[in-house]
Design a protein around this ligand. Structure first.
Ligand SMILES: [Mg+2]
Length: 416
């Protein structure tokens, strides 16, 4: 299914003639003025694969105030100068009772049906309430370009902007179809932690499908007896994957530790760092342990070369995790999304190996990881707490933020 941006014409791609605060179409080519920057903005949408379809009400034809030829001449000029795929025009007036005059969604729905367009992944950009209503009725995301006309304002548009350029920026920045709830995600959420109470709290959440720990987290919460802590946790969490890490820097000892950790339970995955601290890769250890059917979680990975070599060392008959530290990659100013997408591809030769998006930095990472096909994301408590915000109305969230500032100022007793 394709995506489209449905564009109103007058006021959106060309300037509307505003008289007494109300917008009118240009009377002819001599009045036609394309919105500055429209060509470049629309080209960007085109490059992104959007169909660009103008959907315009021209009731002045039915009213006898202008001719169809004039409307078509303007459309032809716009088509010459802008990368529009198609113009769809309603020439009726309200009294005609047609299905195409906006706010009816006919122009959009017909185009969608004929061109195989997914309206729920498409946008409607307009400068009047009829545009927004038509977009909503068709199931599009709606963007209202607000020129402060003296007329009825639209209700419930998804976005309000001041120009076509801003509308295009929003469209370009919007990922395809945001999933609305955590239950709709395919990705498995693993909780990252080391304090017992926090881990058990996470374990009780049905959407937490596994847990991970690491020596840094364990040290932070003051754990000194590694084995006792792990066995204690495993008594409470016997049935979901949980990873414990080796900490030796010598490969033979690493292997010995791994065998002991693996013996603690069927649901235990042994975390093996991809190298030791002398930069020596752990691939032989991984190969040996995988050969003994130890379930592994290869950790601290950041490059595709590491992913390729680890996948080659793993046993395709044994479940394993390949843990790439996307958040730490992002910390270096690099976008982890393309790298993670490539890693997903590399893992396909080993269907029992699953890619973990490790060290997430924000809630959005859960959606990013899901959309590239990552099987697992490890999430800390701080990020999980934000799950209740998913899909929240931004006007409401803005208001909450204003209230927070106000309450804190009052509570602090500030005065000027
Ligand atoms: Mg308009």
């Amino acid at each position: 299914m394709r995506r489209a941006v449905f564009l109103d014409r007058d006021g959106v791609i060309n300037r509307a003639m505003v008289r007494q605060g109300k917008p009118y179409p240009p009377a002819g080519l001599e009045e036609l003025e394309i919105v500055p920057g429209a060509g470049e903005a629309l080209s960007q949408l085109k490059d992104r694969g959007f169909a660009l379809i103008v959907v315009t009400n021209q009731p002045d034809v039915a009213r006898g105030a202008t001719s169809r030829a004039t409307v078509e001449a303007i459309n032809a000029r716009l088509a010459r100068d802008l990368p529009i795929d198609e113009f769809r025009v309603c020439y009726h007036d309200s009294a005609d009772g047609c299905g195409c005059r906006k706010p009816k969604p006919g122009l959009l729905v017909d185009a969608a049906r004929e061109r195989g367009i997914d309206c729920s992944a498409s946008f409607m950009v307009g400068d009047r309430w009829r545009d927004v209503e038509a977009g909503k009725a068709a199931g599009c995301t709606t963007i209202f370009v607000d020129y402060q006309y003296d007329e009825r304002r639209p209700e419930g548009s998804d976005y309000t902007v001041g120009s076509l350029d801003e509308a295009v920026k929003i469209i370009l920045a919007t990922k395809e179809k945001q999933v609305k709830t955590v239950e709709q995600l395919k990705i498995k959420i693993f909780a990252d932690g080391a304090d017992k109470a926090g881990m058990l709290e996470m374990y009780r959440k049905p959407f937490v499908k596994g847990l991970t720990t690491n020596p840094t987290l364990m040290r932070k919460v003051g754990i000194t007896d590694y084995r006792a802590f792990a066995k204690d946790i495993l008594k409470e969490i016997p049935d979901r994957p949980i990873s414990f890490e080796v900490f030796s820097d010598e490969f033979p000892e690493m292997e010995r530790q791994a065998m002991e950790i693996a013996s603690w339970g069927d649901n235990v995955y042994v975390k093996i760092p991809v190298t030791n601290t002398r930069r020596e890769p752990s691939y032989d250890v991984i190969r040996n342990l995988a050969g003994k059917r130890v379930k592994l979680n290869i950790t601290a990975m950041m490059t595709l070369t590491q992913v390729r070599d680890v996948v080659a060392a793993l046993n395709p008959a044994v479940p394993s995790y390949v843990s790439v530290f996307a958040g730490r990659i992002a910390d270096t100013g690099r976008d982890p999304v393309p790298l993670m997408a490539a890693a997903v591809e590399m893992l396909k030769v080993n269907p029992k190996a699953e890619l973990i998006w490790a060290s997430p930095r924000e809630l959005l990472n859960i959606f990013q990881a899901d959309s590239v096909g990552c099987q697992v994301i490890t999430v800390t408590n701080d990020v999980l707490k934000k799950l209740s915000l998913v899909g929240m109305d931004l006007d409401e969230y803005s208001l909450d933020t204003v209230k927070m500032f106000r309450n804190d100022a009052v509570a602090a007793g500030f005065n000027l």
